[in-house]
Design a binder for this molecule. Structure first.
Ligand code: ATP
Ligand SMILES: Cc1cn([C@H]2C[C@H](O)[C@@H](COP(=O)(O)O)O2)c(=O)[nH]c1=O
Length: 207
């Protein structure tokens, strides 16, 4: 049995990841692949419980270190219970966020370095990386407009951080993509959803 492929969609708030996870998984199924859709934080029973701890409650609920550890713990459970078993069964896994979200969102906050976050990922998840990471790119104003139209002011603990924080997250993603051009593809998320799905499929053609 050939191992399945592991695809991650990444990007800031409101760029269309959840919409495209569903559409991309459907398109891949249409091409004959057995596909599971999943998300982070979450994707397994334990990780969904940690998701609630991370995304609900006051802004200062966790120190930066505790937040980074909780994301890594959720990911370890997700990898062990959901992702690895699916890949080993020959299924494709399409996830809404993975390690690069921790590097972009938690990296640099509270003095936590990218290197430390990669070490946590090595300990928790044996360093598993996606075969392809699709980074959805959108002008910040359009992403904020889409997120606001969806959330109507009710954002979670991390989504609700200020525009300066989210601008640094976007810079973080761009820098990660530049550092690993084999794994990453930048995909323009402007335009209607079907057009964006076509771009994502094109960015997987070699897989
Ligand atoms: N191509 C598109 N054009 C216009 N609106 C879109 C497009 N794709 C998604 N949307 C809408 O934008 C909003 C945000 O999309 P979605 O929830 O998929 O983004 P996301 O990246 O998963 O966001 P978050 O990380 O904040 O959860 C939703 O209301 C969705 O219906
Ligand atoms: C995996 C991961 C996520 N985050 C942040 C990014 C978002 O603000 C939320 C998740 O919400 P979504 O609507 O499901 O996108 O969590 C993070 O800061 N670090 C991470 O590793």
């Amino acid at each position: 049995m050939a191992r399945g492929r592991f695809i991650a969609l990444e990007g800031g708030e409101g760029v269309g990841k959840s919409t495209q996870v569903r559409a991309l998984a459907a398109a891949l199924r249409g091409r004959g692949h057995d596909v599971i859709e999943t998300r982070e934080p979450g994707g397994s029973e334990g990780a969904e419980a940690i998701r609630r701890l991370l995304l609900e409650g006051s802004a200062d609920r966790w120190t930066p270190g505790a937040e980074a550890l909780l994301f890594a713990a959720a990911r370890a459970d997700h990898v062990a219970k959901t992702i690895r078993p699916a890949l080993e069964a020959g299924r494709w896994v399409v996830t809404d966020r993975f390690l690069d979200s921790s590097l972009a969102y938690q990296g640099g906050t509270g003095g936590i370095s990218i290197g430390q976050l990669r070490q946590l990922h090595q300990v928790g998840s044996d360093g598993l990386l996606p075969d392809r990471t699709l980074l959805l790119t959108l002008p910040a104003e359009e992403a904020a407009r889409r997120a606001e139209a969806r959330d109507r002011g009710a954002s979670d603990r991390i989504g609700g951080r200020d525009a300066g924080y989210h601008a640094k997250v976007a810079e973080g993603f761009a820098s990660l993509a530049a550092g690993e051009p084999e794994r990453f593809r930048l995909v323009d998320a402007l335009g209607d959803a079907a057009t964006v799905t076509g771009r994502l499929l094109a960015a997987l053609e070699d897989l």
